[in-house]
Design a protein around this ligand. Structure first.
Ligand SMILES: Nc1nc2c(ncn2[C@@H]2O[C@H](COP(=O)(O)OP(=O)(O)OP(=O)(O)O)[C@@H](O)[C@H]2O)c(=O)[nH]1
Ligand SMILES: [Mg+2]
Length: 404
């Protein structure tokens, strides 16, 4: 682990905007997630500022009055970072930094920073470093560079303990070098994947922190790192799993998030190839999260981006042990029933209508309903296997009753 043992939390404020696309409720949800990201990156959120912005200020995104308010707060409370949920143009970032005289971070750079902290293998490090430099390049200018050099912490970490370089020419050279290095690793990974033979390949996909690694550990008896922070997993783990004497490959990979930086999606090409080349996707969802439907949507968008949305998919709703629904009192005739009031049973029916038996409800932590999970996965994998190798039944010794 690169994470330091004693973390000194850096003071941060969050800024979100309300506009036609995101109402106040949405912004609150986005900022909740941004706060979790900030915490994962080693920051403590002291205050949130939210402004209704119909026409974004080209100079500073938010209005000048709000900027002054933030400026005063930053000064009085020794704030280290101001974190915007929305993307800032390089010029906006510079202007805001000039006025607030502290680090200005947007969602993209915050996610990049977490990835930098968490990258463990040299492969993951290379991918993250490339993504960071590509984000940085259009943002480098004299003054800003000078300021940045004096500040460590959130937004300034490179993979490993070194700080990222901020000289334009060096950055360009580094990008070229990293790309070459990645191409070489990509070729090696391709060969490795090719060598895995003809086993059916299954990939766990899903939003970050939904329990992919936990499920991987339960199913494959492996020990993939899992914890209640975002992006615990960056490297892909592939395990051979045997269900009812049918072996297949199961991979656990990086979690997705709303607005996953495009630089990351691109530089994680090989990591995501595991998903692209899978025969079956297990889309894991944290049903106990209030925004789980939006999470499903974000994941589907990324799957479309990497041309994997048409793949055979089983929806796996995890953390049913932690699910609670809002309840309408019997004498309450005013409150309208929404999906927030659904019981697990109602969710089951809803998803059944959408995807038939390709929806499962489990708890990986409490090992609830795992038999059904194993059975469904077994059936799907067997179907794929049989279609692919119609004349080959060597994988099927007699006693398969358990999963038929
Ligand atoms: N209550 C409950 N918690 C769970 C369940 N499955 C996983 N968790 C917890 O959810 C947190 C995240 O689990 P991980 O397995 O690391 O999630 P992940 O999807 O691999 O996350 P990333 O690698 O960060 O994308 C951990 O604290 C787990 O203990 C479950 O069924 N019920
Ligand atoms: Mg994980």
């Amino acid at each position: 682990m690169l994470e330091k043992k004693t973390i000194e939390y850096e003071k941060a404020v969050l800024i979100g905007i309300i506009n036609r696309e995101q109402n106040e409720e949405k912004v609150t949800e986005y900022l909740d997630e941004l706060e979790f990201l900030t915490y994962t990156a080693g920051g403590e959120v002291i205050k949130r500022f939210v402004q209704k912005v119909d026409v974004p200020n080209p100079k500073t995104l938010i209005g000048s009055g709000k900027m002054e308010e933030v400026e005063r707060f930053v000064e009085e409370n020794e704030i280290g970072s101001v974190i915007f949920d929305d993307e800032l143009s390089p010029a906006q970032q510079r202007n805001i930094e000039k006025q607030l005289r502290c680090k200005i971070i947007d969602r993209t750079s915050l996610i990049l920073d977490i990835f930098a902290q968490r990258a463990q293998t040299s492969y993951a490090r290379t991918q993250v470093e490339l993504a960071q430099y590509e984000y940085l390049l259009p943002r480098l200018t004299g003054l800003w560079t000078h300021l940045e050099r004096q500040k460590g912490g959130i937004g300034m970490r490179g993979p490993g303990e070194t700080e990222i370089e901020t000289d334009r020419r060096i950055v360009r050279d580094r990008i070229t070098l990293l790309k070459k290095k990645l191409e070489k690793i990509d070729r090696q990974m391709e060969t490795q994947r090719g060598n895995r033979g003809s086993l059916v390949r299954v990939a766990l996909v899903g939003y970050t922190n939904v329990g992919k690694s936990t499920l991987m550990n339960v199913i494959s008896k492996s020990e993939v790192f899992a914890e209640n922070k975002l992006f615990a997993t960056l490297d892909t783990t592939v395990r051979k799993v045997v269900l009812g004497n049918l072996p297949f490959l199961l991979s656990d990979t990086v979690g997705f998030i709303r607005k996953l930086p495009t630089q990351l999606v691109e530089s994680f090409k090989s990591t995501l190839d595991e998903v692209r080349e899978a025969d079956l996707l297990l889309h894991i969802v944290d049903i106990s999260h209030p925004q789980f439907e939006e999470h499903i949507h974000s994941v589907n968008e990324i799957l479309t981006d990497i041309k994997s949305s048409e793949k055979k998919t089983i929806m796996v709703f995890n953390k049913i042990d932690q699910y609670t629904n809002e309840v309408i009192a019997e004498d309450d005739l005013m409150t309208e029933k929404t999906s927030r009031h659904f019981t697990i049973e109602e969710w089951k029916r809803t998803w059944m209508e959408k995807v038939g038996d390709r929806a499962l409800f489990i708890s990986a932590l409490n090992k609830e309903n795992l038999d059904e999970f194993r059975k469904r996965v077994y059936q799907e994998v067997r179907d794929i296997h049989v279609t692919r190798f119609p004349y080959n039944n060597f994988l099927y010794p007699e006693n398969l009753d358990e999963y038929q």
